[in-house]
Write a protein that binds this ligand. Structure first.
Ligand SMILES: Cc1cc2nc3c(=O)[nH]c(=O)nc-3n(C[C@H](O)[C@H](O)[C@H](O)COP(=O)(O)O)c2cc1C
Length: 165
């Protein structure tokens, strides 16, 4: 597989620790979007974006600048994937909306988007990450379903290995 990088934003560390776990499995480099690692995007063939959701459906704060950078970057030829941390019980109507926000930012930027996930098995009401009956990335719920996180990550990583360049 070609070079893979993970770009994440995290407020209390959940997304950060998942980013590092995925990085180990894929031998990927990891960047915190709080450091605005714009130049790094061009150095990788496979890009993974990770974010938690705050407020009611808001993308994690550190993403504020970086999402604009993504919107202004040509991602042609790259394969992109998204994961997101959320809470499907307390925020059932905006579950992992951050995934949906990142998807909107990159969907017309020329990249192939990998890592779609079946909604079956998730407990929530509504999510902007759900498009045509599938999540457009991997949702993880450390607040209510932390016992499922490792298996969900392992399965998704296997899927990415098949879909990445
Ligand atoms: C004030 C507050 C607002 C939140 N809003 C949402 C939300 O709208 N949707 C969601 O899925 N999760 C929401 N969450 C849950 C967080 O996304 C979740 O706890 C996540 O694991 C935090 O990850 P982080 O430590 O990487 O920031 C919220 C949590 C808090 C405390």
């Amino acid at each position: 597989m070609n070079k893979t990088a993970i770009f994440y934003g995290s407020s209390t560390g959940n997304t950060e620790s998942v980013a590092k776990q995925i990085a180990k499995l894929l031998n990927a480099d990891v960047f915190d979007v709080a450091d605005n690692p714009v130049e790094e995007l061009k150095n990788y063939d496979n890009l993974i974006f990770g974010a938690s959701t705050w407020g009611i459906g808001d993308l994690q704060d550190d993403w504020d600048n970086y999402i604009s950078e993504l919107e202004n970057t040509d991602l042609s030829g790259k394969v992109c994937a998204i994961f997101g941390l959320g809470d499907g019980a307390s925020y059932a109507d905006s579950f992992v909306d951050g995934i949906g926000t990142i998807y909107k930012a990159i969907e017309n930027k020329g990249c192939k988007i990998a890592g779609f996930v079946e909604t079956t098995g998730y407990d929530y009401e509504a999510s902007t990450a759900e498009i045509d009956g599938k999540f457009v990335g991997l949702p993880l719920d450390e607040d209510n379903e932390s016992n499922l996180t490792n298996d969900r990550i392992d399965k998704w990583v296997e899927q990415l290995k098949a879909e990445f360049k």
